[in-house]
Design a binder for this molecule. Structure first.
Ligand code: GUN
Length: 319
């Protein structure tokens, strides 16, 4: 494995002389490596199977600015790799039935290998998100959000399911550190279906002892202090303080929080769920925000789409 983590360095500043800073785990570099590997594989698929390419449909309801931004980076990554990606937009007025019909038509189209419904849904009519994520065929559910894929992951059936993209990207970043997960104490903050819950399962089946923390956890600083590996997907800006972090821990920050910043053209900037400057002085490894988990989420969506195409070729007896 090629390690893409930046080298540690020493910074002056604490009593007694020098204080070590964490090694930064770059999601930009790691995701580039994943995308390059996928491009090589897709090029091979195309030449071996007469122009065959993995294909992905991104279904969007409405017009949220953040969703537009995420979708454009997914489409860009797909184009670079050689994945055929199609963006299907439904208006904010679309009903649940209309969205279900769009999903069914993609489910039944054998030339599409992956389907995601961009969340959150930006709709004026009531739509049950759970019903929608479960309507996606499990074989095309490259977001890994259906009950079938979540159930397989919770039972440790990692080879036959799709693993949600953000936790899968976090595992890849942890792998980059060279720190073995097996036997370690991992703490996950947040229990969302898209980040916290699957992250817990993934760490568990990589043989960590896992503690899940959430909004009702009474002694969060104490729990965090026990973590050899800490993954934070809480959705609260800088809620994890550096003083809580165990010396030398691996800290993975999934947070994307916008705060006002008059010095920026956009008048805002993005920060994580971890207070970076203080955590950097205690962690052994840390992901930055931006440039950590975010780019990995996109790369792992591409990985899942290529994985789905591989399974399709196997089923067709072509590979
Ligand atoms: N919205 C923010 N992140 C994601 C994601 O990973 N998948 C989907 N479908 N929607 C999202």
């Amino acid at each position: 494995m090629i390690s893409l983590v930046a080298h540690s360095f020493w910074a002056p500043g604490c009593q007694g002389g020098r204080r070590s800073m964490a090694t930064i785990i770059s999601g930009i570099k790691t995701s580039k490596l994943v995308r390059e590997r996928l491009k090589m594989e897709v090029d091979k698929m195309e030449s071996h199977f007469s122009g065959f390419r993995p294909s992905l449909v991104v279904l969007q309801v409405g017009d949220r600015d953040d969703s537009n931004l995420y979708i454009s980076s997914k489409l860009k990554a797909a184009a670079e790799i050689g994945i055929d990606a199609k963006h299907v937009r439904l208006p904010r007025t679309a009903t649940q039935d209309e969205l279900l019909q769009s999903i069914m038509s993609v489910n039944e189209n054998p030339s599409v290998h992956g389907l995601i419904v961009q969340l959150p849904l930006d709709s004026v009519s009531p739509i049950n998100t759970e019903l929608i994520t479960n309507a996606v065929s499990p074989e095309k559910d490259v977001d890994g959000l259906s009950c079938i894929n979540a159930g397989k992951l919770s039972r440790g059936d990692l080879n036959s399911c799709f693993i949600p993209c953000t936790p899968s990207g976090c595992m890849e970043l942890i792998r980059q550190t060279g720190v073995s997960v097996e036997g370690k104490h991992a703490v996950v903050i947040g229990r969302s279906k898209i980040v916290g819950a699957p992250m817990h399962d993934l760490l568990l089946w990589h043989h960590a002892t896992v503690t899940s923390c959430h909004s009702k956890t009474a002694d969060l600083p104490e729990q965090v202090g026990r973590a050899d590996i800490l993954v934070v997907g809480a959705g609260r800006a800088e809620m994890v303080r550096g003083e809580w972090v165990k010396q030398g821990a691996v800290v993975i920050d999934c947070g994307i929080n916008y705060i006002p910043d008059a010095t920026k053209k956009s008048s805002k900037r993005v920060i994580g769920d971890v207070h970076y400057t203080s955590a950097n002085q205690r962690a052994g490894f840390i992901t930055p925000v931006p440039g950590g988990v975010g780019p990995m989420t996109v790369a792992m969506l591409m990985e899942n789409t290529v994985q789905s195409a591989r399974r399709f070729l196997l089923k067709m007896n072509l590979s």
